[in-house]
Design a protein. Sequence first.
Length: 347
Amino acid sequence: MRLGYHTGYWSAGPPPGAQEAVLGAEQLGFDSVWTAEAYGSDALTPLAWWGARTSRIRLGTAIAQISARTPTAAAMAALTLDHLSGGRFTLGLGASGPQVVEGWYGQPYPRPLARTREYVAIVRQVLAREAPVTFDGQFYRLPLPADEGAGLGKALRSTVHPLRADLPIHLAAEGPKNIAMSAEIGDGWLPLFYSPRMDAEYRTLLAEGFAARAPERSPVEDFEVVATVPVVLGSDVESAADAVRPFIALYAGGMGAKGANYHRAVLDRLGYTEACDEIQAHYLAGDRARATAAVPLELVRDIALVGTAADIRAQLPAWEATAVTTMLVQADPRTLPAVAEALRPTP
C-alpha cells in the first residue's frame, strides 16, 4: 500500500506550509500528492504551482469537478500538466453535489452518473487524438448542432499531441452504482470515508464494474484505489480523534441538502444513521460545536487513523488487507515525517 498526501481545501487563502509539505512528501518517499476544489480555489493551478518544484512524485486532482469545466477543457488541462510534469499527472474527476453544481456552476445536477460517463468518453477521445472529437450525447454534443448556435461549429482535433494517450483517469465515487462505474470506465477509484469493515462490499462492487470493463481499458490489475484517510498523531486516541471530528461533522451535517447528502449516505451504510441524524440536526441548527461533539469515537476510528504511533501501527494490518492501493493521507503537514514513520510497514 503506497502513501499519498492530500493537501486539502483552502480556507481564506493558501494553506500555510503547503509548498513545503509537497516537497517534504516527495523527500519522504510518498508516491503522490493530490489537490481539491469546491467553490473557492481550483484543483489544477495549485497542483501545477507546487508540483513544479518536484521531480518524482505523481500529481493528481482529488477532485476536479466535472461541472467546473467542459470535458475538452479538462482534457486540455490534463495533457498540458502531463507534458509539464513529465508524465506524472492523474486526472481525478467527480460530480460534486447538487448544491455546488446548481448553486455555484448554474448547471442541472440530475443523472450525474450518465453525465460522468459521457464526460470521460470525451476526455478519452481528446487524449487518444485518433480523429477530430465528435460526440452526440444527452449532455454533451460536439460540435454544437447548427440550429443551436451560429452554425459554424467544426469537429476539431487537439493541436497538442498528448504525452500519454492512456493518461490515467480516476473517479470519485461514494454510491454503489458509482463505485461500480469507476471500475468499469476508470483507471482508479477515489473513495471518501473508506472503512476496512466495508472492504468485502467494495470489492464486490468493483468486481461488478470490472466484469463490464471494455478490453481497451487499462488492465484490471493496474486499477488503483486511492482512499483519503485522516491521520492524526496524538498522546492518546480520544484527543487525536478530536482533530477529525469537525471534518466528519462537516461532511455528515453540513455538506449537501437534507435528504441529498451523499457523504452522509456512506456513513449511514457504515451503521451510523442515528449518530448522523444528531450531527445533522445540530449542524443545520447552526450549532457546530454540538455537531462535532456528537461524532462517535467508533466512527472516527472506522475511517481514520488516530492516536499514538503504536495505536496507528496496530490498525495498519486491517488497512493493508483492503483493496486500497494508496492511502491518501490527510494530516497536519508539520507531522508528515512522524506520520510516514508510523505508517511504514513493520519488517
